[in-house]
Design a protein around this ligand. Structure first.
Ligand SMILES: [Zn+2]
Length: 110
């Protein structure tokens, strides 16, 4: 990985962190306790409960991603950044730019 590629990935991590933090804030808003029936509007209570559990799942995913991104940011300047944790081969730069939080190459992630 060249210095320029590393820098590019670092910027990508920072951008993803920003997006992920924002979506966590939105999802936290959406997963607040469900209001009484009359306050829900056109959604039925069941629908509200369903969409809430979907949002909770998204929230958990977003939090996990945030965690990985923060760890990636802590690793980005280290020599072993971008090396697959399983097979120890370099992870292709395209994958690192797409999923900068990844610690595995495509083969090992499957
Ligand atoms: Zn691998």
């Amino acid at each position: 990985m060249t210095d320029q590629e590393r820098q590019e990935i670092k910027e990508k991590i920072l951008a993803e962190l920003e997006v992920t933090r924002r979506s966590i804030a939105e999802l936290e808003e959406l997963t607040k306790p469900i209001a009484p029936d009359d306050a829900i509007g056109r959604l039925t209570r069941m629908e509200a409960i369903n969409s809430r559990s979907i949002n909770e799942a998204s929230l958990n995913q977003a939090r996990a991603k945030l965690n990985k991104l923060e760890r990636a940011l802590g690793r980005v300047d280290k020599p072993d950044f971008g090396i697959c944790a399983v097979c120890e081969k370099p992870i292709p730069i395209k994958r690192m730019l797409l999923m900068p939080e990844t610690i595995k190459c495509v083969n090992c992630a499957e």
